[in-house]
Design a protein around this ligand. Structure first.
Ligand code: IDP
Ligand code: MG
Length: 151
């Protein structure tokens, strides 16, 4: 097993549309463990750092406006191969290309309102978790059902 942690942000559209519970529930039901969770008002500065790889893109200004437009639910989840598992549950960047059953397909219509962010690699996960969470905000604990999720 390769137990990993990954960063998930429920973007302001997900929060405003009342989809937090529905989306968090999907991660819980899958068997992932929430080890960090809080509402964050992403500042312009944090948005620029988090999305630095996109700063030359035409959509960058709109992306920063979107992610700073209201609170995000910021989460760290943990599990076997969690980075790839979460990206699969999230679906393709454009909700119209995302597979049915994924979060972006099931709740989204356009790329600029695609509900959720998830780290795309081990390096991104480490960088993004450190940007959004202090060490003491990550809670290490056992779930009683772990032996029924993993063999
Ligand atoms: P990802 O979130 O699936 O990893 P990225 O290509 O890393 O996708 O883009 C980051 C975010 O930037 C997307 O989730 C989306 O919110 C936004 N974005 C990407 N491409 C576009 C676009 O063409 N128009 C508007 N927003 C975009
Ligand atoms: Mg990305």
């Amino acid at each position: 097993m390769a137990i990993e942690k990954t960063l998930i942000l429920l973007k302001p559209d997900a929060v405003q549309r009342g989809l937090m519970g529905e989306i968090v529930s999907r991660f819980e039901k899958k068997g992932l463990k929430a080890v960090g969770m809080k509402l964050v008002n992403v500042t312009k500065e944090l948005a620029h750092t988090h999305y630095a790889e996109h700063k030359e893109k035409p959509f960058f200004k709109g992306l920063v406006e979107f992610i700073t437009a209201g609170p995000t639910l910021s989460m760290v989840v943990e599990g076997d191969n969690a980075i790839a598992v979460v990206r699969k549950l999230v679906g393709a960047t454009n909700p119209q290309n995302a597979d049915p059953g994924t979060i972006r397909h099931d709740f989204g219509m356009v790329t600029g309102r695609n509900l959720i962010h998830a780290s795309d690699s081990a390096a991104s996960a480490a960088r993004e978790i450190a940007l959004f969470f202090k060490k003491e905000e990550i809670i290490e604990y056992k779930l009683v059902h772990e032996k029924w999720v993993y063999e």
